[in-house]
Unconditional design. Structure first.
Length: 401
């Protein structure tokens, strides 16, 4: 099962050293369980455990009968005095288990730590007795996805919330044209037909207001749109990932800054290719997409839909080639930050990988107004070869709670 976890997380360079780390952690854990009174030992499971932690706990129960016999309680079910006289084992780091945070923040506690590349075990001694904390690295430096805040969690098990939110988001994308057509027809009753026709036939704006650096165009309106898109996605992520103990304003500002850097990297690269190939494209806000971004974040799996790339449409296949290269560079940024965050987690890396994956995957969808249709027009086989594994990765990262 541990190899299945590694495969799901796509750590291709997992080696003997990683296997050795897992073995050492297992050995220390079993030594701890062997040294305590099992009748007094209780496992306290965090609310926001990672998929890996859940699978490892289930595997431990299956393989070691001593652990299977222990009482397992969710952290939110712990009441005052419930842990008195007990030896608690807290599963999940301080960002995923509030009781872990209170134990580790107590200056009267003495900590003995066993650290590995994927997580750590902390053996705690205090006036209350012995305790232990078992967590992966993300439980110390990443914020959890708060699927409990989704309205879907009121009638669905939390494990199914991200998948349901994704399904609703994709459905909205599929029917957005019908929604837009309905709104357009409704608006015709109160707005002059001449004005509505101009809106419907909105042409690519060739007007340039900005500046050039080495021949690369920088339009003020385009970068203003990028800033707005960064802020909207930051709001959506803040709703999904903001932990109760997190400074809300600081989290939003950090997330917004990270988003702007990722968007900036992507669109500066696109502008450089525009210059090289004589193309004229522009990032513009999609107001229906702004709404969809908010809705999907509220439901439990934020889509990055705030804008899209418009062009003069004169060289669609060449635009498809550029779109594919830029998207793959964005996807490469996701892979780097994902693997980096696996071994050395931080909120900055977590937000970077979430946004870069969201952009890369959604831009490859073969739906208007995204660029997947242009990539298919350029090379349909290459699109399929890329989109299928990207879908699997998107599911592993976003749908497994």
């Amino acid at each position: 099962m541990r190899y299945l976890i590694i495969a799901l997380l796509l750590i291709p360079f997992a080696s003997a050293s990683l296997d050795e780390d897992i073995a050492l952690l297992q050995e220390d854990t079993l030594e701890f369980f062997d040294s305590v009174n099992h009748s007094n030992t209780i496992i306290v499971q965090g609310t926001y455990l990672s998929f890996a932690e859940r699978v490892l706990l289930a595997e431990a129960k299956k393989r070691y009968p001593k652990i299977t016999a222990l009482q397992v309680v969710q952290e939110d079910a712990i009441t005052d005095g419930m842990l008195e006289g007990k030896t608690p084992v807290f599963i999940g780091g301080p960002t995923k288990n509030s009781l872990t945070a209170s134990v580790l923040n107590n200056p009267a506690h003495t900590l003995f730590e066993r650290t590995a590349s994927i997580g750590k075990i902390l053996f705690v001694e205090g006036q209350e007795g012995r305790m232990a904390v078992i967590a992966d690295n993300k439980g110390f430096h990443n914020v959890p996805k708060r699927v409990d805040k989704s309205p879907l969690a009121t009638f669905l098990p939390e494990a199914f919330v991200p998948a349901a939110a994704t399904g609703i988001g994709v459905t909205l994308l599929l029917i957005w044209k019908f929604i837009a057509a309905f709104l357009f027809k409704a608006a015709r009753f109160i707005i002059a037909s001449k004005i509505m026709n101009r809106i419907k036939k909105r042409a690519f704006n060739e007007q340039f207001r900005g500046f050039h650096i080495s021949g690369v165009r920088f339009k003020y309106r385009e970068w203003a749109a990028i800033l707005v898109a960064s802020a909207v996605f930051a709001v959506s992520l803040s709703y999904m990932y903001l932990a109760p103990a997190t400074n809300a304003l600081l989290f939003f500002l950090v997330t917004c800054a990270v988003n702007f850097i990722v968007y900036g990297f992507r669109h500066f690269t696109r502008l450089c290719f525009d210059k090289k190939h004589g193309l004229h494209t522009e990032y513009t806000l999609w107001f229906l997409g702004l709404v969809f971004t908010g809705i999907t974040g509220w439901l439990g799996n934020a889509f990055s839909l705030a804008g899209y790339i418009r062009s003069d449409g004169k060289r669609t296949k060449e635009e498809g080639r550029v779109a594919y290269i830029v998207t793959m560079l964005t996807f490469g940024l996701f892979l780097v930050t994902w693997l980096w965050n696996f071994f050395s987690p931080s909120i900055v890396l977590q937000m970077t990988m979430l946004l870069s994956l969201a952009i890369a995957y959604l831009q490859m969808l073969p739906l208007a107004p995204f660029e997947g249709k242009k990539v298919i027009a350029w090379k349909p086989g290459l699109w399929a070869l890329t989109f299928i594994p990207m879908t699997v990765l998107y599911m592993c990262v976003n749908l497994l709670v």
